[in-house]
Write a protein that binds this ligand. Structure first.
Ligand code: PGA
Length: 253
């Protein structure tokens, strides 16, 4: 079974104290994850150590960074490198979230560098891809995500790509309350897997987890996660409410 993942993306929300309480509430539900299931918390940088100590003793619960810089080190005031994250034993990092692409002008080439640095530092990138509404309406979403994958990931060897998690997040569904239908999600996830299959072979593609993101809620998670090629979700808004995220974790296959 591929890894099935419920990943919380807190974005720039919650104070430290609110974050601590949220984690206590979620972890207090004492959900025992199956061996192939994982729950991740992508928290703001200053909360990583706190969150890590909350999940440390728990099987298959991990922290993630929401971003990293695309250079190794140097005079980049305010940035955080993958090496720094590794020194805090952070095992995952979200790379190329659409908000970063949009507000911080992150390009596919820059994301390729981030992916490389993460892998060099034993961090699993959660690589985000996904199209805007305009692209969806023009019917070119398949080619669009294919280019995102090609330009940021396909320089990797088959051995390396195995260490990547992909998150398909249609921009029109993020924070809008508009979720992709299960058909739309399944169709795109199957497309992503087939592109990966063409490049790396079916065995490799079948082992890469592809998460869905974009208005995953307590009441639609089960249906979305039940799609054959959807391996869990990257969850923004609903991950900030303990009861909702608990239900989302429970909805994992
Ligand atoms: P949302 O965000 O669940 O609030 O739509 C998802 C994301 O941006 O990762």
């Amino acid at each position: 079974m591929r890894k099935q993942i419920a990943a919380a993306n807190w974005k720039m929300n919650l104070t430290f104290q609110q974050g601590e309480k949220l984690l206590d509430d979620i972890l207090g539900a004492d959900i025992k994850l199956k061996e192939y299931q994982q729950t991740l918390f992508a928290v703001p940088f200053p909360y990583l150590l706190m969150a890590r100590s909350e999940v440390e003793e728990l099987r298959n619960y991990y922290v993630a960074a929401q971003n990293c810089y695309h250079r190794k080190n140097g005079a980049f005031t305010g940035e955080v490198s993958p090496e720094m994250l590794h020194s805090l034993a952070v095992p995952y990092c979200v790379v190329g979230h659409s908000e970063r692409r949009e507000y911080f002008n992150e390009t596919n080439a820059m994301l390729a560098d981030k992916v490389n640095l993460c892998l060099e530092n034993f961090i699993t990138p959660i690589f985000c891809c996904g199209e805007s509404l305009t692209i969806r309406e023009s019917g070119t979403q398949n080619q669009f995500v294919e280019t995102q994958l090609k330009e940021s990931l396909f320089h990797l060897s088959a051995e390396k790509i195995k260490d990547i998690v992909i998150a398909y997040e249609p921009i029109w569904a993020i924070g809008t309350g508009k979720t992709a239908s299960t058909d739309q999600a399944q169709e795109m996830h199957a497309h992503l897997r087939s592109i990966l299959g063409k490049q790396y072979g079916k065995d490799v593609a079948d082992n890469i987890s592809i998460l869905y993101g974009g208005s995953v809620k307590a009441n639609n998670a089960k249906e979305l996660f039940s799609c054959a090629d959807v391996d869990g979700g990257l969850v923004g808004g609903a991950s900030l409410i303990a009861d909702d995220f608990i239900q989302i974790i429970r909805a994992l296959k």
